[in-house]
Design a binder for this molecule. Sequence first.
Ligand SMILES: [Zn+2]
Length: 341
Amino acid sequence: MFSVKTAYHAFHKENTNFQPTGSADKWKWMWGLNLPPKLKFFIWRCSRNGLATKARLFHRKCAPNPTCQVCNNPNESLLHCLLYCPHANEAWSSIFPSLPLPPQDSAFFDWIWDIKDAISHEALIHIVFLCWNIWKARNERTFKNRVLWPPNVCLQTFRERTEWSSIPRPPSTNDASPTQLRGTHTSTNPPPSNHPLMIHCDGSFISDSQPATYGVVTSNHHGQVSDGRAETFLCSTPIEAEAKAHLEGIKLAQEYGTECTVFSDCQDLVKALEKDYSGWPWRCAAGIGLMINILRNNPFIKVNQVPRALNVRADWVARSKARSTLPVNWISILDLKSDLL
Ligand SMILES: [Zn+2]
């Protein structure tokens, strides 16, 4: 019986000189990644330069020019589209500010292959989700003229990746997968058995002559907003405002009494909660001590850092509160606009 697979093997057997593009190990590794099938297919298309970018269409005489319709760059290559177009680049620098990007003329898959050992498996999965969402956003912009907003791309990536990671699945049986050999996603990052609530916090500090504000936004793993807090208070530095916002987020998690992850975009604060806060301003010390105490007594509350670009909702709440423009029904507005923010 004919199948593509048997034809491929027959062809391979007959032609001893025939070599598939790239080594077989690379492809085996790629298809063994812990990704939804559509994303495996997407990454394979990228690896074969198979996306219908303007440069590709122009080369095949299917487009009048190779110009990028988003930024008017004269050559919309695959790397331009996914990494270097300004909106894409903004998304990369907000989520992976220190990730080395490849030279513009290099091959996409070579880049993935080069960086895979330097980053965690989780980060690699996030990279593929980000490429996918940048491509989708570029298509929405090109074909439907929709506004392309990088924070939205980052947020959508985060949602999709979180949802994918939260699906319980048995360990892969693909023993040859280097990921499996490194044992990263099966041993150190088991998928959670349920969906913790997500609580995003942000503080806003304009000057010490004005009250500071905080915004706390609670959402489920689909990004649907269910609750939140916003208040004004007095403090004298931005870091105090961040600490206050985070304390309120942790208190809210404690009230819920269920599994919660409290997010802050303040890396120093998250580090202080994990290790040592002795170097912090003394005005924050009591608040941080209180947070550590709550976390110790409520192990179902986790604390995590989130890039600024993914904390847009808490940031919007805090800043609107500071400007006295926060609508009374802001929680339902945030939920309705969950695709915009
Ligand atoms: Zn462009």
